[in-house]
Design a protein around this ligand. Structure first.
Ligand code: NDP
Length: 349
């Protein structure tokens, strides 16, 4: 009997300025990879990551050097975790739990090159495999390295830290890490009252602002009376303009991402009045991408794992069930349905 395999393809582009919909994705049967090349692994997918950058990959032209457009009719790929079911590489054996930050196919069974695949230390994740896509993976490293390398916090000086998309994967970790690294006041900006409660009650943020219902400028003045020293920017656009207007001289922005622009125009320049504020107040806002800091990953994961094990860094996930719901999970995340890291549970080991 032929072995069953399934995959998700991109079947339509949303249009450069269109909102992505579930109709852009299609799940279908596909061939089971029986011939595994030397140096490859046959893996069964356990979890898949859906990430904001994928919106840019849905365009025929991504407008950036580092992201390639997804091809119509081809299997989508991104971050994934799986179990090795057959190995043609000495470094791996069947049963290993492995992950990749990029290029893991949205497919139940797949052949992946061993060279770019990492083994998960299951004693560190405590068999919570999807953590390798969240707190102990790219979002965790992005938050930690962004803060350590770019925010330059000065512990004990009562600095004020603001983070946008604060209840999401990176944001929820960045706010907690800022506190762990000695920040005085931590304020999150997010899109629902439930998320605001999560930030204050569960993560210990000092204040939370609902950008959909609150007067952002007035609430920032209230929550950050001494001005803003560090802004961890996940969203860009008008929310970030409000924050920048209240930043102090010689303060710093970690420009992590600009999700508010991904379905509009990621090349959209800052307006002149904001550029003037950055210049006049000497606000640092240099491009930040975690993949430029590979040499810090091992040490970073060790730090994050220690905090998680000690209960100092709280992790939260929103889990959607089933490969066929990857598109829905992605669209949901883009619309703010997630708290913490959005993952898709595809199969059990
Ligand atoms: P999240 O888990 O934060 O999910 C995205 C969230 O963005 C949603 O839950 C939603 O929350 C919010 N959002 C969506 N649309 C808007 C909008 N128009 N305005 C404001 N908020 C919006 O995703 P990640 O943590 O994975 O990513 C966060 C950011 O970090 C992204 O910009 C991403 O591209 C970037 N990133 C950058 C990396 C780097 O190396 N520089 C690495 C990883 C991520 P809400 O309910 O609050 O609206």
């Amino acid at each position: 009997m032929a072995l069953i395999n399934r995959r998700v393809i991109l079947c339509q582009r949303p249009g450069v300025k269109g909102k992505p919909t579930v109709d852009n994705f299609h799940t279908e049967d596909c061939e089971y990879p029986t011939d595994i090349e030397e140096g490859h692994l046959l893996v069964k997918t356990l979890f898949l990551s859906v990430d904001p950058y994928m919106r840019i990959c849905m365009n025929a032209d991504t407008g950036t050097q580092h992201l390639h457009p997804w091809k119509l009719g081809h299997t989508i790929s991104g971050g994934g975790v799986g179990i090795v079911t057959k190995s043609r590489c000495d470094m791996f054996v069947a049963g290993d739990i492995v992950y990749k930050d990029f290029n893991w196919p949205w497919q139940l069974h797949a052949s992946v090159p061993a060279a770019q695949t990492n083994k998960i230390d299951t004693s560190v994740t405590n068999n919570h495999h999807s953590l390798a896509l969240g707190a102990l993976g790219m979002p965790g490293l992005t938050s930690l390295i962004g803060i350590r390398e770019r925010a330059q916090l000065k512990a004990g000086t009562n600095q004020t830290f603001v983070v946008s998309a604060a209840a999401g994967a990176c944001g929820s970790l960045a706010g907690q890490i800022a506190r762990l690294d000695g920040c005085g006041t931590v304020v999150g900006i997010c899109g629902t009252e439930g998320k605001c409660r999560f930030l204050i009650d569960d993560l210990g943020f000092d204040a939370a602002i609902n950008y959909k219902t609150d007067d952002i400028a007035a609430r920032l003045r209230e929550c950050c009376p001494a001005g803003i020293d560090v802004y961890f920017d996940n969203v860009g656009g008008e929310i970030s303009n409000h924050v920048i207007r209240q930043m102090n001289d010689d303060s710093r922005i970690v420009p992590c991402g600009q999700i508010s622009q991904y379905s509009i125009d990621i090349r959209c320049p800052l307006e002149k009045s904001i550029r003037d504020i950055l210049k006049n107040r000497r606000i640092d806002r240099e491009v930040f991408a975690s993949y430029n800091y590979n040499s810090l990953f091992k040490e970073g994961i060790a730090q994050l794992a220690k905090w998680v094990q000690e209960g100092k860094l709280k992790t939260r996930e929103t889990v959607v069930e089933g490969l066929e719901n990857c598109g829905a999970a992605f669209v949901g995340m883009m619309n703010g349905n997630n708290i913490g890291k959005q993952v898709v549970h595809v199969a059990n080991p």
